[in-house]
Design a binder for this molecule. Sequence first.
Ligand SMILES: Cc1ncc(COP(=O)(O)O)c(C=O)c1O
Length: 489
Amino acid sequence: MIDRIRQLESLARKLEPSSELRELMLQQVQRYGEHFLKSTIESKIKVFEHDHTSISRLDKLGFSEMPKSLASLLELLYDTVDTTGINPAAPNHFGYVPGGGIYPAALGDYLVDLTNRYAGITFANPGAVRMENILLEWMAEMVGYPKSATGNLASGGSIASLIAIVSARDHHKINPENVRKSVVYCTSQIHHCLLKAFRIAGLDYLITRHIQVDRDYAMDPKHLEKTLQTDIEAGLNPFLILASAGSTDVGVIDPLKAIGLLAKKYSCWFHVDAAYGGFFMLVDNLKEKFDGMELSDSVVIDPHKGLFLPYGTGAVLVKERAAVVRSHHYRANYMQDAFQDEEDISPADVSPELTKHFRGLRMWLPLQLIGLAPFKAALEEKIYLCRYFYQKVKELGFEAGPDPMLSVCLFRWTKSKDPDRFNQMLLVQIQKAGSTFISSTTIDSTFWLRVCIMVFRTHLEHVDQFLTELAEIINQEDFGILETKKLDN
Ligand SMILES: Cc1ncc(COP(=O)(O)O)c(C=O)c1O
């Protein structure tokens, strides 16, 4: 047996490279990273590459007992992953809600992966948990919650929203018997992750009331109150109001104060989706747009959007600690040593996750290392860039959507027989050119081109480049007949 153990050990030790080898690998990875960043910043990698043929190399590689060289694997990574599809790190990425990827966050992740501290339970690593809870306390203070509030650093806005919805469900004792009489209120602007959360949380049979919106797509609180009253008179059970603080489609912030007061009056849980918009609160002259956020019972705010962190960090804040703990804590015998009277709440008690990535360091390190001022400046810059784009795109002859409240702008070319098709063709042309990536949306059956300026690397020159590209497209000879082309051209 000893021989076999020794034999296995010699192979198993390959999992622990020597210090020299680690150094070498790190240098290679660092060189790769530098090349990627340089190419991205200098726009040498297309912001959107629709040719995916290289990906088949991944399938062909398979897995074998034998090692492969890091150089060959990095080359494969570059070809199949880092130069295909959308490059969310690129300054000309204006689609969806772009992600970030600030450098110190990567250093934080590197250290977290290396040290692999257990951040799920306070007992296992009180320091890691404290760090995450300090970040949550900072965000809670920002939204105006009391010190007793709690929260969780989740993998993103969707899981953070699920935590909030499950907490609201249990706090209001929504169960299979009363779910069909229970009512949720939102507008058509609400992010689909909340509707998905209903399905996952067994709330599919809720009654959903779509509240009217004004010209800017903000919720009409008068219509909300009227609907609440009608539902109460009909013997229904209003329990949840959802509002946006920066919707994905247009970046609208609902009138949070008015909605929050109605939520109190009618004893509803008030949830605010600030996944995209929340960190704009850091900008002094935007703060008042978020008035009323403090009246909410839960908020989702995503550092992987508004703080330019790499994907994988959302946050949920819940005002009443007991509500979120009731739904998420658990005690198992095999973990009896881990549950002591700790001062800090364990992330595992406020989330579906037990073992989790220690997300805190990728957020804490950049905030400490860089300081808040550049984050605030970058956020304010994005607002101005969007307003600038809004003005200029109209000057080019496009129709623009509502005045941007944050950093989203809708626009479309209407001088065509079939504007929807025309704009679809325009979108395909822009995406295929690969120098700027934008997305689209459909609101009230109208197709819109959509720009969301949220990459920390986006500056005036990049917005100007896109405006120049648009101007060139408009001046093409066949521009007027774009809608007659085949969509897959
Ligand atoms: C307003 C809003 N809420 C929620 C989400 C979902 O967040 P995630 O993609 O991190 O799950 C998004 C994503 O873009 C969003 O824009």
